[in-house]
Design a protein. Structure first.
Ligand SMILES: CC(C)(COP(=O)(O)OP(=O)(O)OC[C@H]1O[C@@H](n2cnc3c(N)ncnc32)[C@H](O)[C@@H]1OP(=O)(O)O)[C@@H](O)C(=O)NCCC(=O)NCCS
Length: 193
């Protein structure tokens, strides 16, 4: 996937963070992240071949995001030169204003404010380069770090579902966030800056 813009910002340690689109050549790294037990338990991801991941990454272009074509778009978070995590946004197949979010910080970069800042930058990018205005995210009730990230960003709880787990049903919280530009917020009293 190609996006013309990469947004730079600084983390709490004053290192340069940047968001760049994921390319097919990132497939092996993304596969390793997906296979990390921490990620596979929190996101319940199926194991996928690097070919499948690369195909998905090459199928979603910047123009698809701009036009609101249903696809999954992935960004890599860079801390300096080092990949520090990823964010994926899956556009709804019916309504291009709706999308579902998933994300993970790599282990060595966790707990340093990176995901909160990366998502903040991504939301600005979505506001300027896409039609996405309603973001959904799902999170197990025990995933306190992710709950903290979502609630810091202003996500509101929409309800809970139950999913089968190895030791019985597990509760998943459904979260939602409305993105709004300054102009939209002024006209509708909308929520996110
Ligand atoms: C959830 C995840 C993305 C958070 O990334 P991160 O870069 O560590 O996030 P941040 O540092 O921006 O914020 C983490 C917050 O959780 C808090 N936190 C850390 N450990 C915690 C714990 N055990 N209990 C409660 N809060 C905790 C941090 O203090 C911080 O909040 P603060 O800024 O108010 O202090 C990361 O832990 C991860 O990749 N987990 C596995 C994948 C995952 O869960 N993805 C989301 C699926 S819904």
């Amino acid at each position: 996937m190609l996006l013309p813009l990469a947004r730079s910002f600084s983390d709490s340690l004053n290192q340069i963070l940047a968001l760049r689109p994921a390319y097919p050549r990132d497939a092996r790294m993304i596969q390793a992240w997906r296979r990390d037990s921490r990620t596979s338990t929190t996101l319940r991801l199926f194991d996928r071949s690097t070919k499948e991941i690369a195909r998905e990454l090459s199928a979603a272009t910047a123009i698809d995001l701009y036009l609101g074509h249903a696809a999954k778009f992935t960004w890599i978070i860079l801390r300096g030169e080092m990949p520090a995590g990823w964010i994926a946004v899956s556009l709804d197949s019916v309504d291009p204003q709706r999308a579902e979010l998933s994300y993970a910080t790599s282990r060595r970069h966790e707990g340093q404010g990176i995901m909160t800042q990366a998502l903040t930058a991504l939301f600005r990018q979505l506001l300027s380069d896409s039609h996405v205005r309603e973001l959904a995210a799902r999170c197990f009730t025990w995933n306190t770090r992710s709950i903290r990230v979502l609630e810091k960003l202003g996500f509101a709880r929409d309800g809970e579902d139950s999913l089968p787990g190895a030791c019985g049903p597990e509760r998943v919280i459904r979260y939602g966030l409305t993105l709004a530009t300054d102009t939209e917020r002024d006209s509708k009293g909308a929520i996110w800056r």
